[in-house]
Write a protein of this length. Structure first.
Length: 203
């Protein structure tokens, strides 16, 4: 199996931008969010189980999952969140493992928002944390997702704390500056890390 670099960070930290920069260098990406979408796509058993549990209102007119409504339901009811996690986490974990095992490159970027919370950090040889302040998280996510500040704060509080996340980091990228001002700097940081991970993968 390739050397696995876990990429994580809180909501609104800019993980997607960092993953994009690694991908531009030819690094293969396994993204747990994409996997999570795939396992609840139309026709998948997990989607049927979710609809049976929450009712048909959890589906959009085209039969796909209403993610906005689901997010609202699980963050208003911890019991529902636990039910959903119990259903999906084993499925997502296995699919991620299958994808990681199939990669033959020197290293792979494993992008997981809840890497530490869900115990997936034990699959990684390095952990790269994208770090931002809570104020940045709120501002970015409210603008991006058009969600209320109250809901975003609930999501942030449901994730591991910034201090605890940084304890697990082997490498850190600070990403508080606006992307339009910071893109070139981030690209240089990613290039430096790319060479580091290539070196580590040879050890």
């Amino acid at each position: 199996m390739s050397y696995i670099v876990g990429l994580t960070g809180g909501i609104g930290s800019g993980k997607s931008t960092i993953a994009y920069l690694f991908a531009a260098l030819g690094v293969p990406i396994v993204d747990a969010d994409i996997v999570a979408r795939e396992v609840v796509a139309c026709g998948k058993p997990a989607l049927k189980m979710i609809a049976n549990h929450f009712g048909q209102e959890i589906l959009l007119a085209d039969g796909t999952l209403n993610r906005t409504l689901l997010r609202k339901k699980i963050f208003e009811n911890p019991g529902e969140k636990n039910w959903l996690n119990t259903l999906l986490h084993p499925i997502i974990r296995q699919e991620c493992l299958d994808q990681l095992s199939a990669i033959k490159s020197p290293y792979v970027l494993f992008v997981v928002p809840l890497l530490i919370e869900n115990g997936l950090n034990n699959l990684c040889q390095s952990i790269l944390v994208v770090d931002v302040s809570e104020e940045t998280q709120l501002n970015r996510t409210c603008q991006r997702d058009q969600q209320s500040e109250k809901l975003i704060k609930k999501i942030i509080s449901s994730q591991i704390s910034r201090v605890e996340r940084l304890k697990w980091a082997t490498e850190i990228i600070e990403n508080n500056i606006d992307l339009s001002e910071n893109f070139c700097h981030l690209a240089k940081e990613v290039l430096t890390l790319h060479h580091l991970y290539l070196s580590k993968s040879q050890l």
